[in-house]
Design a protein. Structure first.
Length: 277
């Protein structure tokens, strides 16, 4: 049964796990998002940090805020908030047990971190509610209503939320049923449910119905989809990697990003809003 053990050792231990080392981040607390790519961006960690910074700047994140980081991954964002935004009151939620254990062992000063789904925030005993909640490159894996209701339960009055999601373009309505079905299966491979996605008007209305105001939706498709696809295609040499399964996962993600950007029917958006309670 040695072959079975070999497969277990090479397959990512969680469906959202990503080999950041292959992508170019060799830090113990690594980044794990698609990144925000500009001409000046030269590395994967810089692009990942830029995606976080875009969100933080839109939320006017400051050292005085009590921050909740949802789906914090391998912990790079937590270190970033501490070192570059000088935030001391940080809580985090991450579903991957190994990531949580690694963060607890290596992040100093430590943060209040919970191994749980961000859809179950009500069951976590946080000491107090939050001024700001962020979810970098992860919320589109779940139902938007469920995500908003969960986050709303832990935000202060006028607390702010920032996250990334996928949005249908207005041209989506003109597709026939077969074309839509192809996209359904394509997105399912990336653990995205097409039924959860909507056009901009519907998305804004959904967010407002969940007691949020001042909704801002910013299209980052070029910087994220095209940027990540080009980085993997032009910069990374995946053929030299020994972990073929991880490399294949990254390659398929890049190809999906490229198709979504070229077709223009599914957008990658940054969303910010304020609690209306």
């Amino acid at each position: 049964m040695k072959w079975l053990q070999a497969i277990r050792n090479t397959v990512p231990k969680h469906k959202y796990a990503i080999n950041a080392h292959i992508l170019g981040d060799h830090n113990e607390l690594a980044w794990s998002n698609l990144g925000y790519w500009e001409d000046a961006t030269s590395s994967y960690p810089e692009a990942c940090q830029a995606l976080a910074d875009q969100l933080a700047q839109s939320l006017e994140l400051s050292s005085e805020h009590h921050l909740l980081d949802l789906a914090c991954g391998q912990g790079a964002s937590l270190l970033h908030w501490q070192n570059n935004y000088h935030i001391h009151k940080i809580s985090a939620v991450e579903l991957q047990k190994e990531c949580v254990q690694n963060i607890q062992a290596k992040l100093f000063p430590p943060v209040d971190i919970h191994c749980e789904s961000f859809l179950n925030l009500k069951i976590i005993s946080f000491q107090q509610k939050f001024d700001v909640a962020v979810c970098i490159d992860a919320a589109y894996h779940c139902n938007l209503n469920s995500f908003l209701k969960s986050v709303n339960s832990v935000l202060n009055s006028n607390g702010k939320l920032g996250f990334h999601y996928l949005m249908l373009s207005d041209e989506w309505q003109s597709l026939n049923s077969l074309q839509k079905q192809k996209y359904k299966w394509l997105l399912k491979a990336a653990d995205v449910n097409l039924e959860h996605l909507m056009i901009q008007k519907e998305m804004k209305q959904t967010i407002e119905k969940n007691e949020f105001k001042h909704v801002q939706i910013l299209d980052l498709s070029k910087q994220v989809f095209a940027g990540f696809a080009n980085y993997v295609k032009d910069v990374l040499n995946l053929n030299t990697q020994t972990n073929k399964l991880d490399s294949f996962k990254i390659e398929m993600t890049a190809k999906l990003c490229s198709k979504l950007y070229e077709d223009g029917l599914v957008k990658y958006v940054q969303v910010t809003a304020k609690n209306n309670n």
